[in-house]
Design a protein around this ligand. Sequence first.
Ligand code: SAM
Length: 294
Amino acid sequence: MILTPNLVSLPPMIKNLESGWFTEIYRDGGSAFSLQIREKLHEEQSHYQHIEIYATTHFGNLMVIDGCYMLTSFDNFLYHEMMSHPALFTHPAPRRVVIIGGGDCGTLREVLKHPGVEHALQVDIDERVTRLSEQYFPELCESNHDPRAELHFGDGIQWMKDAPAGSVDLIIVDSTDPVGPAEGLFTEAFFRDCHRALGDDGVIVQQSESPLYHLDTIIRPMHKAMRDAGFSDSVTLPFPQPIYPSGWWSATVAGKIPVQAFRVADARNKTFQTRYYNADIHQGALAQPAFFGD
Ligand code: SAM
């Protein structure tokens, strides 16, 4: 199918769909990443955002929100595994997990692989992301009916404000970029609410964009906001993510406990399959690139 040219300005990204290729241009970084498209499967404007689903030739299905790549069937395991397992193996015994965002349900699936997790609540503002994921990414939604899983649709910022103190062990913020409804998820005020909602050994992990492009604009400010909110330790774990700007992404972990150590023996003896994460990958990601200290 030949797709008609279409150019829409959506700062800081633009999309440029033409001749069977979808190109997400990251204007601020002077770079772009293209995927060959087989067909458009779906497009809608939800109450919160513009959602598109494509079938690609080599990356499986692709979800795009507000012109930005969210995930593909082919490479989402890198992101979902690094957003969940390092933090889960950092907390001494995570039982109560809350995912803010994460509407595609891939992070929820990884969380529920941990037998010690008793309750995993996903709070995404946009139910349409989950309904479309059930349809076009069913493999990510295979744990949605696990009796420990709960799906709630609402604003994660408000949910965290209302959460009882000490009621959560681990918070995973699997959000869109810090524009629109996700903007408040990158603020000290939000991290303060998270700190209050977390128990004594509480840990939080937040997707923190590209180490190459966003060290000064997102990663360093996030560390400061997390520390100012009361967390005593924080570390950024880089990992590959081909479809995101620069191909290199990160998860920033903070805690009321040290987060540069983890349950290595449990990670080595984990009882479930992963495709990227293992204890050595976790250890390696804790080794900080020299330029992080510049
Ligand atoms: N892996 C993706 C990335 O880094 O680009 C994130 C994917 S996930 C689909 C992001 C989700 O965050 C979306 O489903 C969106 O609806 C949700 N979201 C954005 N702002 C939110 C908020 N304030 N509360 C809850 N969910 C939010």
